[in-house]
Design a protein around this ligand. Sequence first.
Ligand SMILES: Nc1nc2c(c(=O)[nH]1)N[C@H]1C(S)=C(S)[C@@H](COP(=O)(O)O)O[C@H]1N2
Ligand SMILES: [Mo]
Length: 533
Amino acid sequence: MPHVTTRTQDTGDRIRRRGRLLPGACVGAVTVAACAAAGELAAALLGTPSPVVAVGDAVVDNTPRALTEWAIALFGTADKVVLLSGIVVTLLGAGVVLGVVALRRPSLGYAGLAVFGAAGVTAVFVGRGGDVRTVIPVLAAVAVGALCLAVLLRAARRTRPAGRDPGDGGAPAGPVEHRPGRRAFVLTSLGIAAGAGAAGALSRLVPGWLGGAGGPESVVLPAAARPLPPLPAATELGVPGLTPFVTPDRDFYRIDTALTVPRPDASRWRLRVHGMVDRPFEITMDELLDLPLVEADITLTCVSNQVGGDLAGNARWLGYPLADLLRRAGVHAGADQILATSHDGWTCGTPTEVVMDGRDALLAVGMNGTPLPHEHGFPVRTVVPGLYGFVSATKWVTDLKLTRFSDERAYWAQRGWAVRAPIRTMSRIDVPAPLARVPSGEVVLAGVAWAQHRGVDAVEVRIDGGPWADAELAGVPGIDTWVQWVAEVSVGPGRHDVEVRATDATGTVQTSERAEPIPSGATGWHRIAFTAT
Ligand SMILES: Nc1nc2c(c(=O)[nH]1)N[C@H]1C(S)=C(S)[C@@H](COP(=O)(O)O)O[C@H]1N2
Ligand SMILES: [Mo]
């Protein structure tokens, strides 16, 4: 470039460039915030998936497994908060770049918004099964973004003194405070940012307001055609600190890939049963509630549960037998997999033979006497005793496709987890709490053990590697739940180790061999230490 710069000119350019960086960053960040908020509000009003969350989901789904596992291990159940914060930071960062570029070349700014729109459409439309309505919020977002960008760019340009456009070689910028139009620009930015904040907040409140229409409050559960007797009192040993036999809904562990809890409308809910069947059909919520429903006590367990972990919960479920539903469809021989899909696109593969073998595999609508909470799959989920949740317990289920394991792989199976995953025999010490201090002498040990659909025959404990002693077992309503256990040991002052192991009803003793949760569930004995004083 045949261009000679003097030192003053050079400094002037630099100051000018820096002088445009801040307004540019502001223009972009505010534009992107307004764009995202508009999309969220439109989605909330229409009841379609959030574009921001859909893009986040798409990122998660396409992230290498090692990275997601690392994130889950690092952040635990806070992973969703971390991810959402990451999305916000990334969006704002992208906005800053977009704004700085747009101040120079407005067309690039609009092009950037179009790229956002394309990402949004891809995530909500392509990623979520092609419902045209899902695209509307993205279009609204892009339109609002473009409008805000135009307004902000105009306001930003007015902050520059006349005759100081790029390349005019004018004097270096004066102190920022004295630029004409700056006040107007700041006010415009603040106004739009406040509007975005309000729209964003509103988008979180709207589902609650509209939710009454098709939410859990709108569903009246019928009595079960085959009700269970009340739980025997013997299921509770009454030891303080011991996990209760029935897990209250609010304490029930929640595991899913959904960044925000899906809230499908029960009145619009439909389940499609299709694939390798003679008579594909669809069923509505009203039709489902008219069928003869049954009750079952089933303990759910997550495959990610570590030895001693708390990713298990027990509830009395109300639902329609999945086997009856499948018989109505007429399953073809060879359809060895029921591929379930949720409202938010997650998939789950369950062995057909397990669901058909007579166990209480349910299309569940009720949990502990009330409709399912949103967090646990409202309006309808599947529950299959004996299998880890990722291969059996689809929340917000909308689709059951009979297929072959050799033809299609579900979400976690695609990511290296097991295809068939029966729950492993496991026992846990709840009392005393790890590292607790208790008086020496007689010490009460208590906990829970599970081996769903086989049943627990015995639980044994040992102190400091000594001989195994039988624990006393509480009552259970069947073989599909956990069981409380209690034992009393006599210890002198000092630090002690307790170990526990269960034997299932097939006579197999829980293995001491340590295995990680991936691919098919953790194994090993739970051990805690306590101090007797
Ligand atoms: N739609 C959907 N259903 C899902 C999942 C999910 O990610 N999405 N996770 C599964 C897993 S891994 C488990 S362990 C159970 C947990 O059910 P809960 O959250 O009601 O305890 O839900 C299962 N159902
Ligand atoms: Mo899980």
